[in-house]
Write a protein that binds this ligand. Structure first.
Ligand code: BES
Ligand code: MN
Ligand code: ZN
Length: 498
């Protein structure tokens, strides 16, 4: 998609559609700056069809030749509502505009940035830009028989019009990095598990490193054996597909800059292993790599933006969890990277095994100042929070607060759950240092975090359980059905303000 900023207004625009955003007034008709639009708005408002309410759109076709104020054959007005306009209001309005555009044959559009709505123009450009780009995402790679008479539903070009070029450009630059990162994460997740395998993570990492000046190291099976990554190896041993662990490093070049470590679960298909999952809905377990996709995507954003005061390391342990004849069995005991032994009571609690090794390896190798992991870890988080909040658990209040704030800022809210020594007791094993599950169904999300906590030493750490939000996320105009890329913009927002 082509994205640009222009100081040429609606009269000179030669694309397919011009989009305006208007507030809903306390009473009367919405005010629209361009007279040619004001008339259509007045008519629609008199008819009661368009009041500028949030989510409302008015699509119209200016009379050709007679209306010199609009260069395109289509125009649309999108409502922003009566309430204070927030960044999220604008993201949603952007998404609404994209969705409505994709129902027409238009592919090139001009978005006229609204002014005087109580936010500075850089924020307006960023939020609206995010909404428009994120909302325009569709994944049709594996569909070949589209009806030629139907709207193509593709946006190929967005131009933003503002008279305040410089600041708007900065905001749009950020929007673009974040939204393109989210696109990439959604692409990875949408690919079926026979197309997106652990080696794809490695390949993506290497390409990223080359393009954006990061360092990439890929650990294969032999390296995993050498480093004692036995949790990752145990999970992978029931599958024909070789595991990978991709490590991406960004160095800001400033001495004494803090290092942030990100670890994402890259489980490219979770059948459950010998503790096999039921068939119904199992196809969704191709999404069990959304945490890994988020980390890769964030590293793409970091590589492009090159933040000044922070080093960022991203690690994605990747494997399938399959019940092949060599598979790890319930009751097996494995010794993890940090030397702790684990009784694998349930092979379907595999995410914590691969994350534990990656966390312990990352903490030992990079001595980070803070660690965040992101994973589709437990079905229990859906029971607790549904699809509207990511579960957040932490061993450090300050870092937890930073992430909660970043998540709110990004419109990807998280909710903190407690951790306490009582929960750790539920993981006491008769034969090993700990077991990977407690067979009761209590506090599943907290137990997952209690397990991971054993592998980060005392490093400040936050765990994001995105099992409820990585797909089937809260319905929003800028989050199409399928994977949401949740976490990508939260982590970028964290890094930008680090
Ligand atoms: N990948 C699943 C968690 C999951 C479930 C994500 C549903 C998204 C939707 C994870 O590996 C898993 O299977 N967890 C088990 C843990 C249990 C065995 C303690 C679960 O949640 O059932
Ligand atoms: Mn599982
Ligand atoms: Zn899983």
């Amino acid at each position: 998609m082509k994205i640009s900023v222009s100081s040429k207004g609606p009269a000179e625009y030669t694309g397919d559609m011009i989009i305006f955003f208007v507030r809903q007034p306390e009473k009367g008709q919405p005010v629209c700056p361009v007279p040619g639009v004001a008339q259509a708005v007045a008519q629609a408002s008199l008819a009661g069809d368009f009041l500028g309410r949030e989510g409302q759109t008015l699509l119209f076709y200016p009379a050709a030749g007679t209306d010199k104020q609009l260069g395109a054959r289509r125009a649309m007005v999108v409502g922003l509502g009566k309430d204070t306009v927030s960044r999220e209001t604008l993201r949603k309005a952007g998404g609404t505009a994209s969705c409505a555009t994709m129902k027409t044959k238009a592919t090139k559009l001009l978005a006229v940035l609204p002014e005087e709505i109580g936010l500075d123009i850089a924020d307006v450009a960023e939020s609206l830009g995010e909404g428009l780009i994120l909302g325009a995402y569709r994944f049709r790679k594996h569909q070949h028989d589209a009806d030629p008479d139907e709207a193509p539903g593709v946006i190929t070009e967005i131009t933003f019009f503002t008279s305040k070029g410089g600041e708007a450009r900065q905001g749009l630059g950020r929007a673009r990095v974040a939204a393109e990162a989210a696109w990439v994460a959604r692409d990875m997740a949408n690919e079926p598990a026979n197309y997106w395998t652990p080696s794809n993570f490695a390949h993506f990492g290497r390409t990223l490193a080359k393009d954006d000046g990061l360092k990439c190291t890929v650990l294969g099976k032999a390296d995993m054996i050498k480093h004692g990554l036995n949790g990752l190896l145990a999970v992978s041993q029931g599958s024909m597909v070789e595991p990978t662990m991709t490590v991406l490093e960004y160095r800001c070049g400033v001495k004494k800059a803090p290092t942030l470590l990100l670890v994402g679960k890259g489980l490219t298909f979770d059948s459950g292993g010998i503790s096999l999952k039921p068939s119904l809905g199992m196809e969704e377990m191709k999404y069990d790599m959304c945490g890994g996709a988020a980390v890769m995507a964030v590293m793409q954003g970091v590589g492009r933006e090159k933040p000044k005061g922070v080093n960022v390391v991203g690690i994605v342990p990747a494997t399938e969890n399959m019940p092949g004849s060599g598979a790890v069995k319930p009751g097996d005991v494995i010794t993890m990277h940090n030397g702790k032994s684990v009784e694998v009571v349930n092979t379907d609690a595999e995410g914590r095994l691969i994350l534990a090794d990656a966390l312990s390896y990352g903490v030992a190798t990079f001595k980070p100042d803070a660690v965040v992991d992101i994973a589709t870890l437990t079905g229990a988080v859906i029971v607790a929070l549904g699809h509207h909040r990511t579960g957040l658990l932490a061993n450090d209040d300050a870092l937890a607060a930073k992430l909660l704030a970043a998540a709110d800022e990004a419109g990807e809210p998280a909710w903190r759950l407690p951790m306490a020594p009582e929960y750790r007791k539920q993981l006491q094993s008769q034969v090993a240092d700990l077991k990977n599950v407690d067979n009761k169904r209590e506090a599943g999300t907290i137990l997952g975090a209690a397990f991971l906590k054993e592998f980060v030493d005392n490093t400040p750490w936050v765990h994001l359980d995105i099992a409820g939000t990585a797909w089937n996320y809260t319905e929003k105009s800028y989050v199409p059905k399928g994977p949401s890329a949740v976490g990508v913009r939260t982590l970028l927002s964290l890094i930008r303000s680090y």
